[in-house]
Design a binder for this molecule. Structure first.
Ligand code: NAI
Length: 711
């Protein structure tokens, strides 16, 4: 795992080289091996200094989460491990000889914390390198000295956003921030590290914070520090609503740690770190954001025994908002795209969307003119179905209208090889019904993208009744090819994401109809951890669209249609008041020219607000807005719409921003506990209606003491 050599000039090299893994990671075994090598170098009097580097493409990618979770089962043991790691890094700092780290590639989390412990940080000029402390993004904090060393090194105001937002920056940015000391050509990296050790390093191996009279820039007991923490705490609260204890702990580590010496600061950090590892928020975030998304990206549920499909050319029908976005994503992945619309003008407009995105990239130097021309060259804007010949896959994104969809399906299939896949990007129409227009329903599937496609990483794959395993596997290969994350669900009205997302919005509208203060509803949505309140979201989706979908559903379902409390709200807003949503600058909110939207002042006239004494508590509104989504998801599991609960969690977080600290709609039930969740839902159903009634699946699980995920 760790190679150790000493050269003729007395310079030792400690080289991370975990040959059985794609990346170097810190776990029990690799840390022990690193400790052994560090001890050897420190104890050997002939060693004048040490280069720490990696034999792999990257430096060290961070902590091994499997090992971390295992080790943190016992908090006391976790604390001892943390102290031991802090001591190892302190021993490097106080070795009495220089340690230079040669950062050949990405150094994240624990990997960058190794760099922070060394006396000199030299990075190779490698455009792929990412440097940072991203622990906060999975509910943790930098627990190997990061919260203590980074603010001491670059100041509190620069260090806090790096850690709170878990930013990853390239080497040049890291140099600008002071996170590393220099950048050299890759071929000179080791020579430069060695030269530093033998020259400047011989006297330059005492850290600033181990020198007499060191003061932390911007500690809380300085005037500037007082400002930074006051504003920082307020900003943090506004952003997290207190839902992310790890973010609060990062603040506390820095606040408390900068007022004491480094050794005490490291102990403070260890305690907060262990507290993070024991939190349900971290467990939820690690499970869903790391493991479940990772599994989805690896296509864990791909049907076996189907050869991997490689794609070269795809077709897209309808060059509107969605078609244009899909064309961008596919061409960015190097695929030839035939972008078809009913007029050449519309098709060209769809292609122009990619041109505008590429222009922005050229401007920000993320792409060259040549890259732009190359990618645009892959997109053919057309009105001719002939151009679809040779496509391995065609995705339909025309108007949400069954007859139009049926028509384009037939026309496209006439040009395609019998093996080609036909996919629909419909957001509401059941796939099995649309497949009736197809002459090969086994090759028909739903690929539901999210808007805006270029920024939304999720694709919901919908299996129709007749969709074959082979088609599913090949569709998954496509999603992977365009670097998006697939979840797979069975067909049903609204599939999974639209169906459950709608319950959040509907519950918000129902609350409004009940006379709950609009501001309370909106604030409860945000306090619950949702990106925006339900009324703002309804405006964004468009009240008109929601109303139209409902009218269609009512028509389709006939007597089986059950209107909920939000239906009269939508009718009133759309039909009587003509308030269509954000696009029309008129919805639950007003959108004045100053860009500062505010709740429509006349809302109270149409939806009278109950007296203060009858308003529900914030916690109760939050519960309704969150539980309604989880209980609907449980129904999706019971109805076999959801095939794998990990996909439900991933889809909820990536699809509509369900709060990551809750782990997703299903993890949320486990976090509450299935039994208490059922009890609470029964109480909600009694008070607010049958939509909260838990499905049998949950009752059975509660009775059997079961949970969705193993403990
Ligand atoms: P859009 O109205 O922006 O684009 C539709 C495009 O299809 C237009 O350019 C239109 O000219 C073209 N078109 C219509 N009939 C055609 C025909 N017979 N032949 C060729 N082209 C034709 O609509 P948008 O928003 O892009 O939606 C497209 C599909 O994607 C719909 O099924 C919609 O439900 C679905 N969807 C929309 C999402 C959204 O957020 N807008 C999200 C996910 C799915």
């Amino acid at each position: 795992m760790i190679d150790y050599t000493v050269d003729g000039d007395g310079v030792a090299s400690i080289t991370w080289n975990m040959t059985d893994r794609s990346m170097n990671v810190m776990n029990k075994a690799s840390i022990a091996a690193f400790r052994e090598a560090v001890d050897k170098a420190i104890q050997d009097k002939a060693v004048k200094g040490v280069i720490v580097t990696s034999a792999k493409a990257d430096f060290v990618a961070g902590g091994d989460l499997v090992s971390m979770l295992e080790e943190s089962k016992d908090a006391a043991r976790a604390l001892q491990n943390s102290f031991a790691l802090q001591k190892l890094f302190r021993d490097i700092e106080k070795a009495g000889k220089p340690f230079a780290v040669a950062i050949n590639g990405t150094a994240l989390g624990g990997g960058y914390e190794i760099c922070l412990a060394c006396h000199r940080r030299i990075a190779a000029d490698n455009p792929k390198t990412l440097i940072g402390l991203p622990e906060a993004t999975i509910g943790l904090l930098p627990g190997a000295g990061g919260t203590q060393r980074l603010p001491r090194l670059i100041g509190v105001s620069k260090a806090l956003p790096m850690m709170l937002e878990g930013k990853k920056v390239d080497a040049k940015t890291a140099l600008g921030l002071g996170m590393i000391d220099e950048i050299v050509a890759p071929a000179e990296l080791l020579a430069r590290a060695k030269a530093w050790i033998l020259n400047e390093g011989q006297t330059g191996h005492v850290k600033p914070w181990d020198q007499k009279g060191f003061r932390v820039p911007e500690a809380a007991n300085t005037p500037r520090g007082a400002q930074v923490f006051t504003a920082g705490n307020a900003m943090l609260r506004a952003k997290t609503m207190g839902n992310y204890p790890n973010a609060q702990y990062i603040m506390s580590c820095v606040y408390e740690g900068m007022l004491v010496d480094i050794d005490t600061g490291l102990k403070i950090e260890s305690r907060y770190f262990v507290a993070c590892t024991q939190s349900k928020e971290a467990r939820n975030m690690i499970r869903s954001l790391f493991f479940s998304i990772g599994d989805a990206n690896k296509l864990a549920n791909r049907p076996k025994n189907v050869p991997t499909q490689t794609y070269t050319k795809i077709g897209i029908l309808g060059a509107g908002m969605m078609g244009a976005g899909i064309a961008w994503s596919a061409s960015a992945a190097g695929l030839q795209v035939v972008l078809l619309d009913s007029t050449q003008e519309s098709a060209d407009k769809g292609k122009a969307y990619s041109a505008s995105l590429l222009d922005k990239r050229v401007k920000s130097k993320r792409a060259s003119e040549a890259d732009k021309e190359k990618q645009l060259g892959l997109i053919t804007a057309t009105t001719s179905y002939d151009d679809l010949k040779g496509c391995d896959l065609v995705i339909e994104a025309v108007f949400e209208d069954r007859a139009i969809k049926a028509d384009v399906t037939k026309k496209a299939e006439a040009q395609l090889a019998p093996t080609a896949i036909f996919a629909s990007n419909t957001s509401t129409l059941p796939i099995s019904g649309l497949a009736e227009a197809s002459s090969r329903p086994a090759n028909f599937i739903g690929l539901h993208f999210f808007s805006p496609v270029d920024r939304m990483p999720l694709v919901e794959i919908i299996r129709g009744k007749q969709t074959s395993d082979e088609t599913l596997a090949r569709a998954m290969d496509f999603v992977k090819k365009i670097r998006k994350t697939p979840i797979v669900v069975n067909d049903s009205r609204g599939f999974y994401t639209s169906r459950v997302f709608a319950t959040y919005v509907s519950e918000g509208l129902t609350l409004l109809a009940e006379g709950v203060t609009p501001a309370l509803i909106e604030n409860a949505g945000k306090a619950a951890g949702m990106p925006v309140g339900p009324l703002a979201l309804a405006d964004e989706v468009s009240l008109e669209l929601m109303h139209r979908v409902r009218t269609q559903t009512k028509k389709d379902l006939g007597d089986a249609y059950k209107p909920d409390g939000s239906a009269p709200v939508l009718s009133l807003m759309v039909e009587k008041l003509g308030r269509m949503g954000k696009k029309a600058a008129k919805g639950f909110y007003e959108y004045p020219a100053d860009g500062k939207k505010r709740l429509w002042t006349e809302l109270g006239k149409h939806f009278p607000v109950k007296p203060e004494s009858e308003q529900p508590a914030l916690a109760d509104v939050i519960k309704r807005l969150v539980y309604i989504q989880s209980v609907e998801t449980a129904r999706c599991v019971e109805e076999n719409v959801i095939i794998d609960v990990r996909d439900a969690d991933v889809g909820s977080i990536m699809g509509w921003g369900f709060p990551p600290f809750r782990g997703g709609t299903i993890s949320n039930i486990d976090t509450v506990g299935v039994q208490p969740f059922v009890t609470e839902c029964d109480a909600l159903a009694q008070k607010h209606g049958a939509r909260f009634t838990p499905p049998k699946l949950l009752r059975d699980m509660a009775a059997g003491g079961k949970s969705f995920y193993a403990a």
